[in-house]
Design a protein around this ligand. Structure first.
Ligand SMILES: CC(C)(COP(=O)(O)OP(=O)(O)OC[C@H]1O[C@@H](n2cnc3c(N)ncnc32)[C@H](O)[C@@H]1OP(=O)(O)O)[C@@H](O)C(=O)NCCC(=O)NCCS
Length: 165
């Protein structure tokens, strides 16, 4: 039995088999529902999601991972010239720590690199150790800190950066 198989209940879909696809505007309610349940995720309004999908907006890449019961995770980022910013990533709470975040981030980095990104950056709450470990797993390097960057609760932001060779 592989490590991946051993993380799943019998009959459950492995996170390694769940397809990753581009998000569409039809996914907006599912994206909102997922991030509302993730306190440490970034929270956008419906209007912000709609604007992100609108033509003319900064080029954004939205990836979702889905299984029969619906969207189980997503990542969104945007290109600012040759630098890309990861704006949000979230995985449904019941299936965290099974490798889905690692897969989503890996797909996003492949996509960014394939489209000419030279670097990817992001910021994260200092206390968000699960997210920080995920970024460090993909060899993001801490590049700075901004004191009291976040509100409710107030907290420092840690900046991470990954430079493609
Ligand atoms: C951050 C998040 C997306 C990670 O997704 P995930 O599917 O659980 O991630 P993975 O299972 O691929 O784990 C990746 C690594 O993160 C670390 N990690 C995962 N869960 C962790 C936890 N609870 N505590 C500490 N580290 C953890 C591990 O190092 C893990 O690598 P390993 O399994 O090889 O040791 C998920 O925790 C989440 O949705 N959090 C809420 C939303 C959020 O905070 N988003 C970030 C906004 S900046």
């Amino acid at each position: 039995m592989s490590r991946e198989d051993s993380l799943n209940e019998p009959g459950e879909t492995s996170v390694f088999q769940m397809p990753i696809r581009r998000a569409t505007p039809e996914d907006i309610p599912a994206l909102i529902s997922l991030e509302r349940r993730a306190a440490t995720a970034a929270h956008w309004t419906t209007e912000q999601y709609e604007a992100a999908f609108a033509s003319g907006a900064l080029p954004r890449q939205f990836l979702v991972v889905e299984e029969q019961s619906g969207v189980q995770g997503f990542i969104v980022g945007r290109a600012i010239g040759e630098e890309w910013e990861i704006e949000n990533i979230a995985v449904a709470e019941p299936i965290r720590s099974r490798g889905l975040g690692t897969r989503l981030l890996g797909e996003f980095l492949d996509l960014a690199r394939g489209r000419g990104a030279r670097a990817v950056f992001l910021e994260v709450r200092e206390s968000n150790l699960a997210a920080r470990r995920l970024y460090e797993k993909w060899v993001f390097i801490e590049s700075g800190r901004r004191r009291r960057y976040y509100r409710d609760p107030e907290e420092d932001a840690i900046f991470y950066r990954l430079d493609f060779a």
